[in-house]
Design a protein around this ligand. Structure first.
Ligand SMILES: [Zn+2]
Length: 481
């Protein structure tokens, strides 16, 4: 029964991108996720089914997290592609609803919060952001730290040595920003593992663990300073590690040969959940005693033994080299995001009118096909993504390193504009995400039937006594005692 007058005023949303009960349930049973275990015992839990855009085979985090924030389906909130931004969202979010009732919010890495709008509280956008803008603007150094870490992983995990220097820089930066006490032991452990890592995969993993620790330290620092009524923290460790390291968890299924490295990485996915649970524990210690706590994933994760990706390796686009190839080195600013690139013009300038057609003219010599899918996003952004399909026999044969690209009569090796980033993925997004809700009015120890991601926003707002700010596609779940 809904008794809005008695609802708590504070809520914490802990987003674990890519979390699935398939991994979490055995870990809970083994007592390895004690903080999540307590919330499950004290509250309601469910498998939360993700949503995807009609015609899209993927459950996308950008679409999913906006659905969670608005309680609406993609066709209603308007975010239907991987490269959209907060400006494209047409529906009211849960943080808008908090603000409308005079409640402060603090958002840390909730996807699609860039560009951040002025509000009472703070907004640190996630890795989809096109620059370091935060709200308030003086928190840009926090975003800069996050971006440096992203770049450290993207650009340097193949070599490793520069990653260590980056790590020292980051630690100093954190120290100067007053983010010390809670983070130091965990950061020290990550730095030690980075130094000891013997292969690129182990180094990449140590950097990802470091990112979780740094993000958690920064969020706790901001949370204690602002005390928001709605505090949200998102981690992408589970999603990242699942994509990349599931093969080591289940080596026989992937034909992975048994080696010392495979042995070292066999527990990487489970370990990502355990580390994330520890961060959850730190958040619970600073949360108000009567706060609503929600743990949520926007989609689950499942092994992908027959990958849709081509070849043995993943490739990243070398943004500056590509803009130089098409003769626009000084007219375009690149922002690498996941495995695609956003190109914008420098401040005060507009995009060259023929930039899109120039990107589209870049072809693979061996196949004669365009190398990129190119999208125009509004009038100020071009999105560039590899177009390397398994349907093309030459690509299916692998060895993409040996290809050549051509633009306007100029030829160069594929690897001049593409960089190996790591092994082909071994898990992909799955419909079945997780939901756990715990708070003063929430029924304890209840396993709910499967629900929809669209149910999250209406249920969260009801749980803190706020009225629906607009129409929802979801419903209020039966969680109240
Ligand atoms: Zn993912």
């Amino acid at each position: 029964m809904n008794k809005p007058g008695r609802r708590p005023t504070h809520a914490i949303v802990f987003g674990i991108s890519g979390a699935t009960w398939d991994v979490a349930a055995p870990l809970l049973a083994a007592g390895r996720l004690p903080h999540l275990q307590r919330l499950v015992a004290d509250g309601c839990s469910a498998t939360m089914l993700s949503v995807r855009v009609a015609g899209d085979r993927h459950y996308r985090p950008q679409v999913g997290w906006v659905t969670a924030a608005t309680g609406c389906l993609p066709e209603h909130h308007g975010v239907t592609t991987f490269y959209q931004t907060a400006d494209d969202c047409r529906r009211v979010t849960v943080w808008d609803a908090f603000q409308a009732h005079g409640r402060r919010v603090g958002l840390f890495a909730w996807p699609l919060t860039w560009p951040p709008k002025p509000l009472d509280g703070f907004v640190i956008p996630c890795y989809h952001a096109r620059n370091d803008t935060t709200w308030p603007p003086e928190l840009a150094s926090v975003k800069r730290i996050e971006r440096q870490q992203h770049e450290a992983r993207q650009g340097r995990e193949a070599s490793g040595s520069l990653g260590r220097r980056e790590w020292v820089d980051l630690s100093l930066h954190l120290w100067r920003n007053g983010i010390r006490p809670s983070a130091i032991p965990a950061l020290g452990a990550c730095a030690g593992r980075l130094l000891l890592a013997r292969d690129p995969a182990s180094r990449a993993l140590a950097l990802r663990h470091g990112k979780l620790e740094v993000s958690a330290a920064m969020f706790l620092h901001l949370y204690k300073r602002w005390r928001p009524h709605l505090g949200t923290f998102h981690s992408f460790l589970v999603d990242n590690v699942s994509h990349r390291y599931w093969r080591y968890r289940d080596p026989a299924r992937f034909g992975e040969r048994v080696s010392p490295m495979q042995g070292r990485l066999a527990s990487a996915v489970d370990d990502a959940y355990v580390r994330t649970d520890r961060v959850l524990g730190r958040l619970l210690r600073v949360a108000p005693r009567d706060a609503m706590i929600a743990v949520v994933s926007e989609h689950g994760m499942a092994p992908e033994p027959s990958s849709n990706e081509v070849g043995e390796w993943q490739y990243m686009i070398r943004g500056p080299r590509l803009s130089a190839l098409i003769g626009l080195a000084t007219e375009l600013v690149d922002t690498p995001i996941a495995r695609w690139i956003s190109y914008r013009s420098p401040p005060g300038k507009s995009l060259p009118s023929d930039a899109v057609s120039r990107f589209r003219q870049v072809r693979v010599v061996e196949t004669g096909l365009p190398l990129f899918n190119v999208y125009e996003h509004g009038s100020d952004e071009i999105i560039v993504k590899f177009s390397i399909s398994k349907q093309v026999p030459r690509y299916l044969a692998g060895d993409l390193d040996a290809l050549h690209v051509e633009y306007n009569g100029r030829r160069l090796p594929f690897c001049e504009i593409a960089r190996r980033a790591g092994r082909q993925r071994s898990a992909m997004h799955d419909q079945r995400g997780i939901l756990v809700l715990s708070g003063p009015d929430i029924r304890p120890g209840v396993k709910l039937p499967d629900c929809s991601l669209t149910d999250f926003a209406p249920t969260l707002l009801a749980a803190v006594g706020l009225p629906a700010p607009g129409p929802f596609d979801g419903r209020i779940l039966d969680v109240f005692g």
